[in-house]
Design a protein around this ligand. Structure first.
Ligand SMILES: [Fe+2]
Length: 337
């Protein structure tokens, strides 16, 4: 049972539709409306802020979107992020990839949004060519492989492939494949739109159809890389809108990690931004960039899409502690590749 306070906090966010709030909470829109009605008749009635009429399903021409990175009030977003990370910790699994002797480059990608008209598949192909040329054997994807469905009003007109079957097939058929490269991935909120509506975990379907794609679970994964004393990479797909300062959400995500459970590197998807924080609470924070061109919604904010990907090349000292991170961002441009 979702607490009234959580219902109120979610409902009071006016940057997303009521339907989007329901998806976010994992309940139906009807259930949400029933809860709001009940709260409105109780002592917390004054805590519910009035939604603009248009966003209740009228002829709203203002863009509404729960998934695109739009600037929003930061205090609410920080609380939301902290709650999400606390929840992630409670169901954390550690995956071990023991293939390092000394150092080896790894690839970081995110937010490919296959199925969207704005998916930049050519850039993704180029990225895997770069990985191959640079000796990358493991690529970590920070979520939103697919564009999903019903994420915001009007999304149906912005996607080329409809439904879980079509989008999974697109990914299985078209996601780049290179000999010797495995893509380890988590699912993000767009991927999980299918799960929230019909219980379909697209991560499992893709994993079972593509031997070179390894599903690490929803939202986040901790990976231990190395043999004796491995270093830890956490990949994460948070929720909520982007902040006015590009690095803000990464900083807050790192600050929210519990002491003793921090990774050496935290790679964040979702915000469609690229950023590098070398030492925040001794964590190297990376925002992974994206492979979805700036959507019309993002252009109206305006907030940019940072197209591109990373190669990290950690160097491990003789005692197997991480001593150096080299991070290189490869920026993608719409007309150049
Ligand atoms: Fe995304």
């Amino acid at each position: 049972m979702i607490a009234d306070a959580d219902i109120i906090a979610a409902y009071n966010r006016h940057d997303i539709t009521v339907a989007g709030v329901a998806v976010d909470l994992g309940i139906s829109e009807r259930q949400l409306q029933r809860r709001i009605k009940r709260i409105s008749n109780g002592p917390d009635a004054d805590k519910i802020s009035q939604r603009p009429r248009a966003s209740r399903g009228g002829t709203n021409t203002a863009p509404v979107n729960q998934s695109e990175p739009a600037p929003v009030d930061q205090s609410d977003e920080v609380d939301r992020l902290k709650k999400q990370i606390a929840d992630l910790h409670s169901r954390q699994t550690i995956h071990a990839h023991d293939f390092y002797d000394k150092s080896e480059p790894i690839g970081i990608v995110s937010d490919t949004h296959l199925g969207s008209n704005y998916c930049y598949l050519e850039l993704l192909e180029a990225a895997y060519d770069v990985f191959l040329d640079n000796g990358v054997r493991a690529v970590y994807h920070c979520g939103d492989l697919l564009d999903g469905e019903n994420m915001y009003r009007g999304q149906v007109y912005e996607i080329s492939h409809h439904g879980a079957d079509e989008q999974v097939k697109l990914c299985v058929d078209e996601y780049p494949s290179r000999d010797g490269i495995t893509t380890h991935f988590i699912t993000g909120n767009h991927d999980q739109s299918f799960y929230k509506r019909s219980g379909v975990d697209v991560g499992k379907l893709i994993d079972s159809a593509r031997p070179d794609m390894n599903y690490l679970g929803p939202d986040q994964a901790m990976i231990e890389i190395g043999n004796d004393k491995p270093w830890r990479l956490m990949i994460m797909h948070p929720s909520g809108g982007t902040a006015y300062a590009i690095s803000y959400k990464a900083q807050k995500a790192i600050e929210s990690l519990s002491g003793g459970r921090k990774p050496n590197v935290l790679a964040l998807g979702h915000y469609h931004k690229a950023d590098f924080l070398p030492a925040c609470r001794n964590v190297c924070g990376i925002q992974a960039g994206c492979f979805q061109r700036q959507t019309p919604y993002m252009a109206t904010k305006p907030t940019p899409a940072h197209l591109g990907f990373w190669i990290l090349d950690p160097t491990v000292n003789p005692s197997k502690l991480v001593s150096r991170f080299a991070g290189e961002f490869f920026a993608g441009y719409e007309d150049a590749i």
